[in-house]
Design a protein around this ligand. Structure first.
Ligand code: ADP
Length: 199
């Protein structure tokens, strides 16, 4: 690193010479420093010192994490199921948010724990009211895509004060639900980052 700082841009060959090593011996070290972002390699020019600090490199790493690296399997219910059945599904599937789809399996809405609690403290008959009466419906549902940076989805969860977002695929007819991103997925990414064990 010091040699590159002092003499960069410098070829791998010249660095090896200064260290009395062969190019082959040095290659893995240069590969690691380049991959970690401390050095940059330009073809036919040589190695540069990027000048990036540890926290800048960490930020770069975080921005590269995609939704698909951490998404979970979505749990969906049809918009005509009863509030009672949605509550049972939420317990059986052990999730905090259900995604609601129409008869064509396209996203119609979202049901959170509080949506179901609110309906339960009313005087309605839970086995007869369909979830589409109480859900947050399209187009008010915040969605994300598998290629979105995970950090942008985290920011939107905070901004909108919600726990989860469906991962969708856009079709001509509407959105197909292909995954689920929740605060738990964010926690997992955070822990993986600390263990330097990103997917
Ligand atoms: P809880 O209500 O259990 O605390 P949330 O904070 O996720 O869970 O939900 C708050 C409200 O926001 C609920 O009315 C819910 O329907 C709605 N909501 C949840 N997820 C989304 C989303 N992705 N887009 C829009 N609204 C949502």
């Amino acid at each position: 690193m010091q040699i590159v700082k002092d003499h960069g841009p410098i070829t791998g060959e010249s660095i090896a010479e200064k260290l009395n090593l062969t190019r082959a011996t040095l290659r893995p070290d240069l590969a690691i420093l380049t991959m970690a972002g401390y050095l940059e390699a330009r073809p036919r020019v040589g190695y540069f010192y990027t000048g990036k600090t540890g926290s800048q490199l960490l930020a770069d790493k975080i921005k590269k994490i995609k939704v698909e690296d951490y998404q979970s399997i979505p749990v969906v219910v049809n918009e005509n199921v009863s509030v009672y059945d949605a509550i049972v599904t939420m317990f059986l599937e052990d999730v905090g948010t259900l995604f609601v789809v129409d008869d064509e399996a396209l996203l119609a809405g979202v049901l959170s724990r509080k949506d179901l609690l609110r309906a339960s403290i009313g005087k309605q008959e839970l086995t007869t009211i369909p979830v589409n009466i109480i859900m947050t419906r399209m187009p008010n549902v915040a969605v994300c895509y598998k290629d979105d940076p995970l950090i942008e989805v985290a920011e939107r969860l905070i901004e909108k004060q919600i726990d989860a977002m469906p991962v969708v695929r856009k079709t001509e007819k509407g959105y197909e639900v292909i995954g689920r991103i929740t605060k738990t997925n964010m926690t997992k990414a955070f822990v993986a980052l600390a263990k330097d064990d990103l997917l």
